[in-house]
Write a protein that binds this ligand. Sequence first.
Ligand SMILES: Cc1cc2nc3c(=O)[nH]c(=O)nc-3n(C[C@H](O)[C@H](O)[C@H](O)COP(=O)(O)O)c2cc1C
Length: 226
Amino acid sequence: MPQESPAEPGGVRRLLRSLPVFAFDLPDFRPGTAPDEPVSLFVEWLMSAIEGGVFEPHAMTLSTADEGGRPSARVLICKDVDDEGNWYFASSAAGRKGHELEANPHAALTFYWPQQGRQIRVRGPVTTAGAERSAADFLARSPGARAEALSSRQSQVLDDPAEAEAALRTALDRINAEPDLVAADWTLYALAASEVEFWQADAQRRHTRLRYERTGGDWIRHLLWP
Ligand SMILES: Cc1cc2nc3c(=O)[nH]c(=O)nc-3n(C[C@H](O)[C@H](O)[C@H](O)COP(=O)(O)O)c2cc1C
């Protein structure tokens, strides 16, 4: 339990300063033995996050920016990663992130797995994976999740929660009647990584950073100062 009370003047600052970071038994990362490309290292780290008990290790922060360069970020589920270095996520194209990606089709993803002290950053251009794959992603969702996506006017102001409840019930009825129904704005997006950075914490702050950069069809690797 924290010793500091946030109710005292300056208490929040002291509370935050008192919280530990990198408190777990952290694994070793030897960049010299890292593979030539980042996808297999991502999968290796993901597996060790799953085996190490990280909750929702497939949750990642997606950062986008509007046409004026103003950023926004939110957490999404990573749907897939392929050998070509594409990271996939799915959402409504009609909300804020959809509009920002349409105006400025570049984004960044951040994974953080505290039990291993590992952060992975991915950056690159974003395209839509096409109607067929978007529909397949939508149809793989549970009926409740499909109804939520079908009924939602994601990111718009909600004046009355009862309106959302009613829309959800209507959408559930539609989905039960038409199991192949797909929400028109549901989109599977692919971020084609141009950079992938692996960051391994060290309790003594000798953190290790390894960045892969795509040059043409090849990946080059650099260590970065922490
Ligand atoms: C763990 C977690 C997983 C989420 N997964 C998704 C997702 O896969 N797709 C999605 O559209 N929103 C997901 N959300 C909700 C988003 O964080 C966000 O609230 C929503 O997409 C609206 O974002 P926008 O207004 O920037 O468009 C998730 C939220 C959390 C906390």
